[in-house]
Design a protein. Structure first.
Lengths: 297, 335, 429
């Protein structure tokens, strides 16, 4: 999708509304819209995080806080370091320097699986659906604390059957919510690109996250499904989940996010409520500068 | 040309101890490669330790055979742990090369003259497997035979293959039970995409290690049967191609299926022996030109192993899912 | 050459097999024959063709009382009957060994052997050329030269593997068989069919191997790439080819070692601590020249630049007008030709047998990995290190264990520097 700088207020009413009502803490009024602004109840606090790839500094964040229970959008031109930042925070890449804390716990040696078990669940830009597992198995894999995942219990069905049945019920609900119920027993590899995106989000939700980090969740998803996904995301925030997502489409960003963080050349150049940020000249420059040089996204 | 003899020989090989050993090696590989995606090219190392652990315990240290078997299996676990810790984080092909190298290192060390006092070195080791045959319920007189026509075994052979196939069945059952569980689901997710498994909180390293140990011990069990069958072990019996034979069996039967490795091992030995027997009968035919007969005679074994190589190539080209696998699953494998 | 001879000799062992013919227990049935005496026996030999006659063997029990004595016959065979199971001392009278033959360092002339009921035990005295007391420095210098030569052979054989991996991502397990193929084809032209001069035979071999490589690419691997076969399937195809190739070679050339007709016996030239044959000097010089030429070609010619571009990013190279398929075809042809030539040199150094290439394959992998996968220069440097460490290790460890060193090095490198010694860490994410 092209980078749209014009907000689409009418379309996104529902989302914004539930965002406004849903967030227990309303950052828009109390938090100044400046880069690195402190938040009242941060779930994630990042300090002096850097990562370079041969001379090129991909991420260089002085200070960043993510507020608990709200929907934060991470935007920026291509190559701004959004995905790299995700990779660093979730332990999939090693930072050169820096420290961060998640849910009050300092993250000292980040390992992806450990962070995931603490409730930081992410999805990937290039979907990682497990092609040769069924759609249902894909979602079931997300369930946390499964007794049957321990080798000592695995051979004895009686020791994990009840939990499995409960998980199947939950998974079916999720599949239903994401319009995948009819594909339940198909191999995930047979899904379309958009369906895989949805499957990945469903799987991530199955993991019962505290904070969910979605890397371009709407890309390639057809508009109707994207609409329903957006509703889900705002609903999740309403239920107390923290959502961070990377997105290029500005209508989506203004539609569902409560807060927007703008990244350019690895730095946080601006943050604030969506309607303020999209009029920020620095942000416009960052995008336009990119346009002049590279010709769009 | 006597097809009864050819068929009898082939059937004997298909259900004989060699097929049991290959089936166990392939079941182990199935846990490694089929379910977890670990490209273990050093499976022969596990067989070697199973066989030598048993043989050396009895022959050199004079321990009982049962202790020896235990030693063989413990050594297999030790190899899995020693191999896994440094290498499980490696890229698939790198892992393959390291495992093949590790198995060769073990073979060279065990087969060296420096190790003669312990393992018999290049001269192989032999021991008395009487403790095993004492339990043989089959009458084993000089004229006792079991089977029909040329498809027959002696009482001793019957005992080895009975125990062997029961073991294969038990091991297959255990693999089935653990793989159909949520534990097995995690293994398969690692095979499909490690990072996805990680992002959902699975400790990928730990699961890979468990799979490596389980598959290794199953391979080690194959080595134990090998040692009992031959009452000893020889370093030349554990060359890298043994691993590739196990892969052939696994891919023939169908990787990531429960019965695939067993069917594959049976089919592997049936075809190999069939070809060899057929060629042997062929060279005796009068109508065959002398030049061709001369060329073939004595080379039957070489040709049958060449056919194994050809089978691998053709399998990958035309039926990568094996005889029991699922075609659609294979097509999703465009990685 | 004497150094290598000594190494080879030392590898060969003298064997005393204690064959224990037991009264067969009940379940062994018909074979029971309690009248058969218990004997200690073996054939005394070096390799498969050199037997030692007239060597005295004495067997004593643990108290030192002599049980029996034997002298080897013309086939090196001897046997001593012993009365009961137990522990015996078997000793070899070194003074009866031929001149220049002795026990290898660290091996005793008396060995205690425990014989268990129903088991046969094996004990070996390792003999070889008697240590001549060569100064350590000289031996070190010689092993360094051997290592250089071996490393160069690996390096030349490795170029193809590395470039093919770089340009197509294929890990070719059949590369070792290309090496073997080169060795046997040259033998065929040199010793069997044409009786061509080995240098001519080697050139013909390179052409034949190059054509084989090109044929494999056009006939098999290009269609497979177009069919988008997975990496695992491709690897399995090469493993199948490796088995097939080795067996076919064995079918036509047998499993027995083959020698070349030319350059077998040559006088050594002395250079300080080094004693080398003209053949060895030629090997080293030719390979260095070829490696330099390859380096220059990759660095400066259009083809070299295209190869590096394809290695870097095949689709980008394709988009910028490079004919990727032609580059890959050339890489296959050149790589196979060099592997074949590597086989010729390796065959000159050792004997030619069907496992020659497969044995080298693991060392080639080690060299390529050590240098960083997919970079030709890294592969050359890595191979030299592998060859050197293999040979130099024989200063301290038994030569039959020398292949353990490069394989262990391979594992260690993968452990601590998976990108290779000279590789650059790939960008993650």
């Amino acid at each position: 999708m092209p980078d749209e700088l014009t907000p689409v207020p009418g379309e996104a009413r529902a989302g914004t509304e539930s965002g406004l009502v849903g967030a227990q803490i309303e950052p828009n009024h109390s938090v100044p819209p400046v880069a690195g602004a402190p938040k009242p109840h941060p779930i994630l606090v990042v300090d002096e995080l850097t990562r370079s790839f041969g001379g090129l500094r991909a991420v260089d964040v002085d200070h960043l806080e993510v507020e608990r229970g709200v929907v934060t959008a991470l935007i920026g031109p291509n190559g701004a370091g959004k995905t790299t930042l995700f990779n660093l925070l979730t332990g999939f890449d090693r930072a050169d320097t820096g420290r961060w804390s998640f849910d009050g716990q300092p993250v000292s040696s980040p390992s992806p699986d450990q962070l995931a078990r603490q409730g930081m669940i992410r999805t990937f830009q290039l979907t990682k659906s497990l092609a040769k597992l069924t759609v249902l198995d894909n979602v079931l894999l997300g369930a946390p604390g499964q007794a049957g995942e321990r080798l000592s219990a695995a051979p004895f069905r009686s020791r994990w059957r009840d939990q499995e049945e409960a998980n199947v019920e939950l998974a079916d609900e999720l599949l239903d919510r994401f319009n995948l119920a009819h594909m339940r027993d198909e191999l995930a590899g047979t899904l379309s690109g958009g369906q895989r995106k949805l499957l990945e989000v469903a799987r991530a939700l199955m993991a019962d996250p505290v904070m969910i980090m979605l890397d371009e969740p709407m890309a390639g998803v057809n508009p109707a499904l994207a609409q329903s996904l957006m509703r889900h995301i705002t609903q999740l925030a309403f239920e107390g989940l923290t959502v961070v997502f990377i997105e290029h489409a500005m209508d989506v960003v203004t539609g569902i996010s409560d807060w927007v963080v703008v990244l350019a050349q690895g730095r946080v150049i601006a943050e604030g409520p969506p309607w303020k940020v999209i009029h920020d000249h620095q942000v416009i420059d960052a995008y336009l500068g990119r346009r002049r040089a590279g010709g769009g996204s | 040309m006597d097809f009864d003899i050819i068929f009898g020989n082939a059937a004997r090989a298909a259900f004989g101890p060699e097929a049991v050993i290959l089936a166990l090696a392939a079941i182990g590989l199935n846990v490694h490669f089929g379910f977890t995606g670990l490209l273990n090219f050093g499976q022969v190392g596990f067989l070697l330790l199973g066989a030598y652990g048993t043989s050396v315990s009895v022959a050199t240290f004079g321990w009982s055979l049962w202790v020896g078997i235990l030693v063989g299996l413990v050594l297999s676990v030790a190899l899995a742990v020693a191999l896994g810790f440094p290498t499980l984080r490696l890229h698939a092909v790198m892992f393959a090369i390291v495992t093949i190298a590790a198995a060769e290192i073990i073979r060279i060390l065990i087969g060296s003259t420096d190790a003669i006092g312990l393992t018999g070195g290049p001269l192989s080791v032999s021991f008395d497997a009487g403790a095993f045959y004492d339990l043989n319920p089959y009458p084993d007189g000089p004229h006792d035979r079991y089977g029909v026509g040329t498809f027959e075994f002696t009482g001793q052979q019957m005992w080895v293959i009975t125990v062997g196939w029961v073991l294969v069945a038990l091991v297959s059952l255990v693999v089935f039970l653990i793989v159909r569980s949520p534990w097995g689901r995690v293994l398969k997710s690692i095979r499909e995409d490690e990072d996805a498994a990680r992002s959902l909180g699975k400790n990928v390293f730990s699961y890979k290690m468990q799979a490596l140990i389980i598959g290794g011990v199953i391979g080690g069990l194959g080595g134990v049967i090998d040692a009992i069958k031959t009452s000893g072990a020889d370093p030349n019996g554990f060359r890298p191609q043994v691993t590739f034979f196990a892969y052939t069996a696994l891919l023939l039967g169908g990787a990531a299926t429960y019965m695939g490795p067993v069917l594959g091992a049976i089919l592997f030995w049936f075809l190999r022996e069939w070809i060899e027997s057929f060629l042997r009968q062929l060279t005796a035919e009068a109508w065959l030109p002398d030049a061709v007969a001369d060329f073939l005679s004595g080379s039957e074994g070489v040709i049958s192993v060449a056919m194994v190589g050809l089978t691998l190539v053709l399998l990958m080209l035309f039926r990568p899912q094996g005889i029991t696998g699922n075609r659609i699953e294979m097509q999703l494998d465009a990685r | 050459m004497w150094m290598r001879r000594l190494l080879a000799l030392a590898v060969f062992v003298l064997c005393f097999v204690l064959a224990w013919a037991v009264p067969v227990s009940a379940q062994s049935g018909s074979e029971a024959d309690s009248s058969q005496p218990t004997v200690l026996e073996d054939t005394l030999r070096v390799g498969f063709d050199q037997f030692f006659a007239g060597v005295e063997i004495t067997v004593a029990d643990q108290s030192g009382a002599s049980i029996g004595r034997a002298v080897t016959d013309s086939q090196g065979q001897w046997s001593v009957a012993v009365p009961v199971a137990g522990t015996y001392r078997v000793s070899l009278d070194q003074s009866t060994l031929p001149d220049g033959i002795g026990l290898r360092e660290g091996f005793e002339s008396i060995v205690e052997v425990a014989v268990l009921e129903g088991a046969s035990r094996a004990v070996v005295f390792a003999v070889g050329e008697a240590p001549k007391g060569t100064p350590f420095g000289d031996r070190a210098a010689q092993t360094v030269f051997n290592g250089l030569k071996f490393g160069l052979i690996i390096a030349m054989s490795a170029i193809g593997l590395s470039l093919i991996y770089g340009t197509t991502g294929l890990v070719n397990f059949a590369h070792g068989e290309l090496v073997t193929f080169g060795a046997v084809i040259a033998w065929y032209f040199n010793s069997s069919w044409g009786e061509l001069n080995l240098i001519v035979a080697a050139i013909v071999t390179m052409i034949v191997c190059g054509m084989l490589g090109a044929g494999l690419e056009t006939g098999l691997f290009r269609p497979l790439r177009n069919r988008r076969l997975g990496i695992f399937q491709l690897v399995v195809v090469t493993i199948g080819l490796s088995l097939l190739g080795r067996q076919v070679i064995q079918l036509f050339f047998g499993a027995e070692p083959l020698p070349y007709t030319d350059f077998q016996v040559q006088e050594r030239w002395e250079f300080g601590p080094w004693a080398v044959t003209p053949r060895e000097l030629m090997t080293v010089a030719v390979i260095i020249a070829i490696l330099l030429a390859m380096g220059l070609m990759l660095q400066w010619t259009r083809f070299g630049k295209a190869t590096r571009a394809v290695s870097d990013n095949a689709s980008l190279a394709e988009a910028s007008g490079i004919n990727v398929n032609r580059v890959v075809l050339m890489v296959w042809a050149i790589g196979a030709a060099l592997a074949g030539l590597g086989g010729v040199f390796q065959g000159l150094d050792t004997d030619i047998d069907p496992f020659l290439g497969f044995q080298l394959l693991l060392l080639i992998f080690a060299g390529v990995e050590l240098g960083g996968l997919g970079t030709a220069f890294g592969a050359m440097a890595g191979s030299l290190i592998i060859g050197m460490s293999t040979e130099v290790s024989t200063l301290w460890i038994s030569p039959e264990l020398k292949f353990v060193v490069p394989l262990a090095a391979l594992i260690l490198v993968l452990l601590f520097r998976p990108q290779g010694l000279f590789g650059i860490k790939a960008r993650v994410g």
